[in-house]
Design a protein around this ligand. Structure first.
Ligand SMILES: [Ca+2]
Ligand SMILES: [Ca+2]
Length: 142
């Protein structure tokens, strides 16, 4: 009975239900999970609380232009320092030059989208953005 007295008020506040069971594995040690809700709300034109590929690519264009400070249509490793590791940069740069072009950028975002969408329904929900793959995508496009 003592436990119920504690748990029921927490449930009423939504605290018990809101804590995901995979909270420990979803975020890398030492860094907080980036909350996708604001990003989803900002881009969600359908009102369904989900983002499809076209919408995510639109966000990716905006992010690309923001990072491309000299407006040459290419991103250097320095431009992407906060978003991708050197290993990820190399993987995203199959032509082996020193920059990520727009097509390479879209390919990278598409790969992350598919990885973050295991149910293959064409859209990413806030919950899917909270998975490790979703967080990796969010880091690219947010
Ligand atoms: Ca390249
Ligand atoms: Ca999905």
């Amino acid at each position: 009975m003592a436990n119920n007295a504690l748990i029921v008020p927490l449930m009423l506040l939504g605290i018990v239900a809101a804590v995901p069971t995979n909270a420990q594995t979803a975020s890398p040690a030492g860094s907080a999970t980036s909350d996708p809700n604001a990003f989803v709300q900002k881009w969600d034109r359908s009102g369904k609380g989900m983002l499809d590929m076209k919408t995510v690519l639109n966000a990716a264009i905006v992010k690309f232009e923001m990072l491309d400070k000299d407006h040459k249509g290419r991103l250097t490793q320095q431009d992407l320092a906060g978003s991708v590791t050197p290993q990820e940069f190399a993987a995203a740069n199959p032509d082996g030059d020193t920059t990520i072009g727009a097509e390479e950028w879209f390919d990278l975002v598409r790969r992350h989208f598919y990885a973050a969408n295991p149910d293959n329904d064409g859209s990413l929900s806030s919950d899917e953005f909270k998975t490790p793959a979703g967080q990796a995508l969010l880091k690219l496009v947010q």
